[in-house]
Every structure is written in structure tokens, then in C-alpha cells.
Design a binder for this molecule. Structure first.
Ligand code: ADP
Ligand code: MG
Length: 156
């Protein structure tokens, strides 16, 4: 399924992140695409806050640590948000040391900035959140995911 959103502010992108978080049935792995400053990390902040997995200000770019993990709740069920940024990773060999398949717990929502750099990640991912930087504060955000959406339920 495919869903498109428009954002005119940082706050709107956070709200879209929250809405996307509510739609996803774990386990899911999604690639976040978009230029530097497009709003990938901002969207994750909104998603993490909505799942009560952490304070928005606690969500920072995992550029140096590669992986940040947050424990939260979705409809009374525990959910683990894993936020990765692969910008600085250069090879599939380096990527292998992250043990991506081990991150995919049953209750995990894995969000990977710059995941499209690696064929193995593209193959593993359930879908993409694409953020297009339209103008200073405007963004087009497209969620495209292989799962099925049943009205009123989550994307499985
Ligand atoms: N509509 C918008 N959506 C998201 N971020 C926005 C928007 N308008 C302005 N911004 C600003 O753009 C920057 C996005 O940064 P960030 O989320 O770290 O980007 P990325 O992770 O894609 O590199 C933030 O400073 C944010 O406040
Ligand atoms: Mg970022």
C-alpha cells in the first residue's frame, strides 16, 4: 500500500511520524530516504514520542552510534523502536557487524536512515518512507510498504 502526506512544518512531520507509527504492526523494517535535513530524524522523533518510547528531545541522530533503541507501547503491547543511520557506513562488510537480522525482534519497528545504500537492506526491508524536500519548510512524505492494510487495523 501507498500513502502520501504533506508537511509544512517540523511539528507536522512529527505528527505524520506518530500516525505512521500507529499504522505499523511489528515486526517491520522501513528505510527512510531523503536528503540531509529532509526530516528523517524529525519523523522518528514523532513516532517514538507517540509510542511513549521516549521524550522527543531524547531522539537524536544515530549517525555516530549507528543504532538507537527505544522501548515503548502500542495498543498495550510492548514495542521496540530501533533507529539507525547508515550514512557513514561504507560497505556491506561493515553493515554485517551490526547484525541487522538480530535486530528484527517480533516487537520491533526498525527505521533506517540511508538504508537504500545497501542492497541487502533493500532486500530485507518491508517498505520505504520517502521524504522529499519541496521548499524551506514543506515536505512530501510517502509511505510505501509491501504489507496489506485492513481498514481500521494495522498494516500487516
Ligand atoms: N516540514 C518539515 N519537516 C521536517 N523537518 C523540518 C520541516 N521544516 C523544517 N524542518 C527542519 O529541518 C531539519 C530536519 O532535520 P533532520 O530531521 O535531522 O533531517 P534528516 O534526518 O533527514 O537529515 C530540522 O532542523 C527541522 O526542524
Ligand atoms: Mg537524520
Amino acid at each position: 500500500m501507498k500513502r502520501m502526506y504533506e508537511s509544512a512544518s517540523d511539528a507536522e512531520t512529527r505528527a505524520i511520524g506518530a500516525a505512521i507509527g500507529a499504522l505499523l504492526q511489528p515486526p517491520k523494517m522501513l528505510i527512510l530516504t531523503g536528503d540531509l535535513g529532509a526530516g528523517k530524524t524529525t519523523l522518528v522523533k514523532g513516532l517514538v514520542a507517540a509510542l511513549e518510547a521516549g521524550d522527543e528531545d531524547a531522539v537524536t541522530s544515530p549517525t555516530f552510534t549507528l543504532v538507537h533503541s527505544y522501548e515503548g507501547w502500542q495498543d498495550g503491547q510492548p514495542v521496540q523502536v530501533m533507529h539507525l543511520d547508515l550514512y557513514r557506513l561504507e560497505s556491506e562488510r561493515q553493515l554485517a557487524t551490526l547484525g541487522l537480522t538480530d535486530l528484527m525482534a517480533d516487537d520491533a519497528l526498525v527505521l533506517m536512515e540511508w538504508g537504500e545504500k545497501f542492497a541487502s537492506v533493500v532486500e530485507m526491508a518491508d517498505g520505504v518512507i520517502q521524504i522529499e524536500h519541496l521548499s524551506e519548510d514543506r515536505r512530501r512524505i510517502t509511505l510505501e510498504i509491501s504489507g496489506l492494510e485492513i481498514p481500521g487495523q494495522k498494516i500487516v
